[in-house]
Write a protein that binds this ligand. Structure first.
Ligand SMILES: Cc1cc2nc3c(=O)[nH]c(=O)nc-3n(C[C@H](O)[C@H](O)[C@H](O)COP(=O)(O)OP(=O)(O)OC[C@H]3O[C@@H](n4cnc5c(N)ncnc54)[C@H](O)[C@@H]3O)c2cc1C
Ligand code: FES
Length: 271
């Protein structure tokens, strides 16, 4: 990894958008760096002086190197501060860090992405990458769930995504105008058949993991083809502080993306 990735660099917020009431999208340009290269599924450490730093996945396409985008949900001290920043303000950026999604394993395969809430954020980078490289996978299926229709992120992009993928949506509460699945995301699992031998990547809150494992692991998706993006508190992002450890694994260095067969006996991984 380049030294410049370790040291937080100043980045300018060149665009800010509200994706829903508690999630913003920021477009960031790192100062003094002509290009910012990353892989889908990698994350950055965003820092605000006096508040701290947080790991946040990259949502934009890797082909665009002049800037990158992130989506931040306001949950606690640092993310609430980031929420208040405006276009033209500056923020610290470290990274990119982590292994990213398994791009070589998905080549030519049927790929299924399962997203819950803010979990769609890092997957959007992969979806955009596939949009630009349509022969990368044989087929793409996206299962996306949220609490209510207004909380579904990147809603205005779904019609474009449907040009090259099948998109199934579910929400837990809605009014009668909602025509897709109602309930948690496992409602979709019962209704939509996926091809045996598919690769599946899951990003979302841990309560979503058990239904995925029960429905697919070792059945239509082999345990080594089922991937989870694990979220852990992080401080350094580079294997020094141990804040992110899950048993023997460092989420910042070994992950954040792990195949199920590598973590299935790891008590910490699914908390
Ligand atoms: C690899 C990785 C990628 C991530 N990508 C994104 C992303 O793209 N967008 C995004 O918004 N967040 C993402 N996160 C989560 C984000 O890092 C946390 O929400 C953030 O660190 C919270 O910091 P805070 O100081 O705002 O909240 P804190 O003050 O640390 O926590 C405030 C409250 O929020 C809860 N909380 C903290 N972290 C989480 C969490 N991950 N999920 C749910 N509740 C939490 C705490 O338990 C506490 O109750 C990612 C995390 C990892 C490890
Ligand atoms: S975040 Fe410090 S060791 Fe992983």
């Amino acid at each position: 990894m380049k030294t410049e990735n370790y040291i937080p660099q100043k980045a300018k917020i060149i665009k800010k958008e509200y994706l829903c009431d508690d999630v913003i999208s920021l477009r960031l340009k790192v100062l003094g760096r002509k290009s910012f290269s990353f892989l889908p599924g990698q994350f950055v450490m965003l820092s605000v002086l006096g508040f701290g730093e947080v790991p946040i996945g990259i949502t934009s396409a890797p082909k665009e190197k002049r800037y990158f985008e992130v989506a931040v949900r306001s949950v606690g001290m640092v993310t609430k501060k980031i929420f208040t920043l405006k276009e033209g303000d500056y923020i610290g950026v470290g990274g990119p860090f982590g292994n990213g999604f398994p791009l070589s394993e998905i080549k030519g395969k049927d790929l299924v992405l399962v997203a819950g809430g803010i979990g769609l954020a890092p997957l959007r980078s992969l979806i955009k990458h596939i949009a630009e490289n349509r022969r990368l996978v044989k087929s793409l299926t996206i299962f996306n769930g949220a609490r209510c229709p207004e909380q579904l992120l990147f809603r205005d992009e779904y019609s474009d995504w449907r040009d090259f993928s099948e998109v199934s949506l579910s929400v837990e509460s809605c009014d009668s105008s909602w025509k897709d699945c109602v309930g948690n995301i496992s409602e979709i699992f019962g209704r939509t058949k996926i091809k045996r031998g598919s690769i599946m990547i899951v990003c979302g809150p841990p309560p979503m993991f058990d239904p995925v494992i029960n429905h697919y692991a070792g059945k239509s998706v082999s345990e080594s083809d089922l991937y989870f993006l694990l979220e852990r508190k992080m401080k350094c992002g580079v294997g020094k502080c141990q804040h992110c450890t899950c048993g023997e694994l460092y989420v910042c260095l070994d992950g954040p993306v792990f195949a199920y067969d590598k973590i299935k006996y790891n008590q910490e991984a699914f908390k």
